[in-house]
Design a protein around this ligand. Structure first.
Ligand code: FES
Length: 347
């Protein structure tokens, strides 16, 4: 039996390796030709020290100079000593380039295009060698826009265990991917993907979670929820979706479905447009209640445009709430006006 170990690098690249229960993560990385930082390989120097964000393991033998009890308690481990007892997610303290690796590339075919509204399109793809594309719920890939050398970043909108992968795209007039999807895309088109990328992914649930999505920032949250249907969070999870206009309201049926199937999951939404027909008009901060933030013992996951991220940070500060964890993925407009798609960047 082998476990899957996700090595998450500082530049956002994630590589997945297989590691046996009696094999150290360092040995498994070496076999996969990934040079994670190592020096003594003996639990003495601390060079390989990495934060384990998810999973259980045997930490092995090491001295206090390499890893203190406080560090071990905080989740740090030594890959040269640690052996997995489950799948793991490790933050590797270097870039993928330094580790002589990089994001992997994949090809896939469009199987469905969903034109939800004038502002939002979704599409699904069948990936060649699907087993080779592992990702964590919440992560994104770079997709090359067919017929151009332009790449855009999109979060997976479904969990990593499904056969076909899906995405949500906010339509930006004149944007490269927006123009392609609106005017030229068809079922059967082939697209090239690079990834997975990003540090915005679902961690092991240890406390209640508050998921906040702005517009198509809902996509990575949907991927997290899909994962929660098979690995019950065991903790309350509340999601608030905020959009600009009623046209931006998509995938609400999925949220209703998850509310029925995930124990402890609740959700709400609001629309900023004062002309909206939604019951709640305004911004997500108006819908955050004390129970959702649990006196700060909460993991906040937020994917949306920079003003939304700042507004939520400001709101929590003004309420005197410091969340146990605040994970965010900001969306920023691409610099060139002709390529104004939304691109994701981890924050
Ligand atoms: Fe020295 Fe791991 S390489 S402690």
């Amino acid at each position: 039996m082998t476990y899957k170990v996700a090595l998450s690098f500082e530049d956002g690249v994630t590589r997945f390796i297989k590691c046996g229960p009696n094999e150290t993560v360092a040995d498994a990385s070496y076999k996969a030709r990934i040079n994670i930082p190592l020096d003594c390989r003996d639990g003495a120097c601390g060079t390989c020290k990495s934060l384990c964000e998810s999973g259980t393991y045997d930490g092995g033998d090491y001295i206090d100079e390499a890893l203190t009890d406080d560090e071990a308690e905080a989740g740090y481990a030594l890959p040269c000593q640690m052996t997995p007892k489950s799948d793991l997610v490790l933050q590797i303290p270097t870039t993928s380039d330094m580790a002589k690796t990089g994001a992997s590339t994949h090809r896939g075919t469009i199987t469905e295009i969903r034109r939800y509204s004038s502002t939002t399109i979704g599409f699904s793809m069948a990936v060649e060698d699907r087993a080779a594309l592992s990702y964590l719920p919440g992560q994104y890939v770079n997709i090359q826009v067919p017929g151009t050398d332009v790449e855009r970043s999109y979060s997976f909108s479904n969990g990593p265990d499904v056969e076909e992968i899906s995405f949500l795209v906010k339509i930006t007039p004149g944007g490269a991917m927006s123009t392609y999807l609106s005017d030229r895309a068809g079922v059967g088109d082939t697209l090239a993907l690079t990834g997975p990328m990003g540090s915005f992914f679902l961690r092991e649930p240890k406390r209640p979670a508050l998921l906040l999505g702005g517009g198509t920032g809902l996509a990575p949250l949907l991927a997290m929820l899909e994962t929660m249907t098979t690995t019950a969070p065991g903790q309350p999870v509340h999601l608030i979706l905020g959009v600009t206009t009623d046209e931006d309201l998509v995938e609400l049926d999925k949220l209703r479905h998850y509310a029925d199937t995930i124990e402890g999951f609740t959700w709400d939404y609001c629309v900023a447009d004062p002309e909206s027909e939604a019951p709640n008009k305004g911004y997500v901060t108006a819908l955050i209640e004390p129970t959702h933030v649990n006196d700060g013992d909460v993991d906040v996951y937020l994917c949306g445009p920079p003003p939304m991220v700042e507004a939520v940070r400001g709101f929590l500060k003004s309420e005197g709430i410091t969340p146990a964890n605040f994970y965010s993925e900001k969306f920023a407009l691409a610099a060139a006006p002709a390529t104004g798609d939304l691109v994701g960047a981890s924050a």
